[in-house]
Design a protein around this ligand. Sequence first.
Ligand code: CTP
Length: 409
Amino acid sequence: MVSKPKVVLGVSGGIAAYKACELLRRLTESGHDVRVVPTDSALHFVGAATWSALSGNPVSTEVWESVHEVPHVRIGQAADLVVVAPATADMLAKAAHGLADDLLTNTLLTARCPVVFAPAMHTEMWEHPATQENVATLRRRGAVVVEPAVGRLTGVDTGKGRLPDPAEIFEICRHVLNWHSPARGTATPDLAGRHVVVSAGGTREPLDPVRYLGNRSSGKQGYALARAAAARGARVTLVEANTGIPDPAGVDVVHVGTALQLREAVLKAVADADAVVMAAAVADFRPAVYATGKIKKQDDGGAPTVELVRNPDILAEISADRALPGQVVVGFAAETDDVLANGREKLRRKGCDLLVVNEVGERKTFGSEENEAVVLASDGAETPVPHGPKEALAETVWDLVLPRLRATT
Ligand code: CTP
């Protein structure tokens, strides 16, 4: 019988502790053996009885219980994943400095498995240089520190610092566990310390206040790429256009509408990026004139003529003028005919390192959960990706980006 993956859910003392109950429920219901290790302060928010009942395991905060079982060492050693949600500023500081004054901090020091921190705190605390340096230290050592979400905080405040949706934290845990399965045999996420930029969705080019020229891109592939990179430890900036998809946890999301806005956001984000993946469907043309009032029907029964102008080709621009030496640039190409020949030609014309070519058409619709593609490389390599979930294609793209990344110092 295959044993259940062992997850330690560390809970530190923040109001978002109640949301960790939902994360715990998702973890146990999906077949994980979860041991909850709260801090003393966390128990002010949610009591030990709740954690114990939901996990089916004993709960303790300190190292002096069941000493004969040496829990301060065993729990960390046995874990396949440690996730700390919420992680307070104090917990991040302790973890970064290796302090060990309770069961959770001891567990963090003895764990050799992947560790995910989902911070939650007030914006000022998150932005404080002390916290930012602690986060950078933890990331450099290979921990996945999820970016907090933006929104309503305790009281009347709003800003960055909310605990991401438990469903999103669960997705990250699932990714990290899959990624660190014994078959892969690595304990440090392979994109740790990297900054990657992903564009997703389809731009809309306004004609007047109520109409636009758009396309049918759903953005799902770009989101799968962003989630996968975050789970593999990267700092991710996602520039999204008109997807309507909730922000993924652990990802900095920039919302844009038009091709020109997308260009501006991507150029800003790539300044310090190790890799950029242009999965967005960018409109090649925009109306030459934007009518400030709604365009009305003409009395003579005629229809207006819309003059279009070319939008800049962002992929070609960032490929030709790399913001950093050795930056890896990946494009996507949706083709209806002569898919591979057109793909090779496009790879050369755009000047990127990798081009993910997929066939689109009546039968292969946009918005689906699945994809099938060939990834062409500028060195002539071709990697077919069989029909499957967009998540699988996302992993293959990062697998191919990885060996092309410049060496870190
Ligand atoms: N792209 C871009 N800027 C544009 C148009 C496209 O950066 N103005 C990027 C897309 O994000 C994608 C790639 O270029 O990664 C390929 O897009 P595609 O529309 O297939 O290429 P086009 O250059 O528009 O070629 P075609 O003539 O086939 O439309």
